[in-house]
Design a protein around this ligand. Structure first.
Ligand SMILES: NC(=O)c1ccc[n+]([C@@H]2O[C@H](COP(=O)([O-])OP(=O)(O)OC[C@H]3O[C@@H](n4cnc5c(N)ncnc54)[C@H](O)[C@@H]3O)[C@@H](O)[C@H]2O)c1
Length: 249
C-alpha cells in the first residue's frame, strides 16, 4: 500500500489510461478524486474502484477552465483531509487532420485541453503541495512529442511537446519545495482515443515495436504509480518512455 493515507487527483478518468491509473493508485491505498467531462464514465470508474476495495470520488471537470479545475481541487480538499499528495494530468483530446485542414478553433481547443489544462491543474495544487512540503505531479505526454507522431494532428503533437517542456520547467522551479515532477510518454495504445486510426497504421506501429504489441492502459498506470511513489524520489523533471521500444535512444 505505497499510497496509504494519500490523496490523489487524476484527470481524464472515464476510460482508457485514466481509468487504469485511478484503479492502480487506489489499489496502492490512495483516495482518488477522479475528474472528467464525462461524469457517468467517471462514476463507472469509481464504482470499479469500490469493487476493487478502494476509494474514489468521481467529479465533473473541464480542465480547460480554471473555475472548473478549482472546484475539483476544492472537492479533493474537503473530501480527503485537506491535502493533495499526487496530481496526474492525464486528460487529453486528439483530432486527426493535416495542417491545412486545421482551423484556429481546433488549434485552440486541443491546446486548451492538452496544454493549458495541465497548467491550470498544476497552478491550483502547487500552493497546497508547497504548504505540505511534498507532492508528486505526473504529466501524460506522448511519444509523438519526440518523434513527430504517426497520425495525430499538429495541434496534438505541439501540445504534448508543451507538456514535456512544462515538466522540465516545473521540475526546476518546484524541486526546492519537495514537489517531484515527472512525466510519462506513452506509445500508441488502442484506447477509444485511437478508434479512428486506420488498421494499416496500427499494424505498422505493432510491426515497428520491438516488444511486438501496442501499449495497454495498465502499462501506463504502472509507470505513473512508480513516478507517484517514493520509489521515484530522486527521478525529477524527467519523462519516461513506455512504448515497447518503438522509439528509443
Ligand atoms: N491512447 C494512446 O495511444 C495515447 C498515446 C500517447 C499519449 N496518450 C495520452 O494519454 C492520455 C489518455 O489517453 P487515452 O488514450 O486514455 O484517451 P481517451 O480518449 O480514451 O480518454 C481521455 C479522457 O479524457 C477526458 N477528457 C477529454 N477532455 C477533457 C477535459 N477538457 N477535461 C476533463 N477530461 C477530459 C475524456 O472524456 C476521456 O475520458 C491523453 O492525454 C492522451 O493524449 C494516449
Amino acid at each position: 500500500m505505497e499510497f496509504a493515507g494519500q490523496t490523489a487527483i487524476v484527470t481524464g478518468v472515464a476510460r482508457g489510461f485514466g481509468r487504469a491509473i485511478v484503479r492502480r493508485l487506489a489499489r496502492g491505498g490512495a483516495r482518488v478524486v477522479a475528474g472528467d467531462t464525462n461524469l457517468p464514465g467517471a462514476e463507472e470508474t469509481a464504482a470499479l474502484v469500490k469493487k476493487d476495495g478502494g476509494e474514489a470520488t468521481p467529479c465533473h471537470v473541464d480542465i480547460s477552465s480554471a473555475k472548473s479545475v478549482q472546484s475539483m481541487v476544492d472537492l479533493a480538499l474537503s473530501t480527503y483531509g485537506n491535502r493533495v499528495d499526487i496530481l496526474v494530468n492525464n486528460a487529453g483530446i486528439q483530432i486527426l487532420e493535416s495542417i491545412e485542414e486545421t482551423s484556429e478553433e481546433h488549434w485552440d481547443r486541443v491546446i486548451g485541453v492538452n496544454m493549458k489544462g495541465p497548467f491550470l491543474t498544476c497552478r491550483a495544487v502547487i500552493p497546497i503541495m508547497k504548504k505540505q512540503g511534498r507532492g508528486h505531479i505526473v504529466n501524460i505526454a506522448s511519444v509523438g512529442a519526440r518523434n513527430g507522431g504517426t497520425f495525430a494532428g499538429v495541434h496534438y503533437i505541439a501540445s504534448k511537446g508543451g507538456v514535456l517542456a512544462m515538466t522540465k520547467k516545473l521540475g526546476k522551479e518546484l524541486g526546492q519545495y519537495g514537489i517531484v515532477v515527472n512525466g510519462v510518454n506513452p506509445g500508441p495504445s488502442l484506447t477509444d482515443m485511437m478508434a479512428d486510426w486506420p488498421r494499416a497504421i496500427v499494424d505498422g506501429v505493432v510491426k515497428n515495436t520491438p516488444l511486438g504489441r501496442m501499449a495497454e492502459p495498465e502499462d501506463i498506470a504502472d509507470a505513473v504509480a512508480f513516478l507517484a511513489s517514493d520509489a521515484a524520489r530522486f527521478v525529477h523533471g524527467e519523462t519516461i518512455e513506455v512504448n515497447g521500444g518503438l522509439v528509443c535512444d
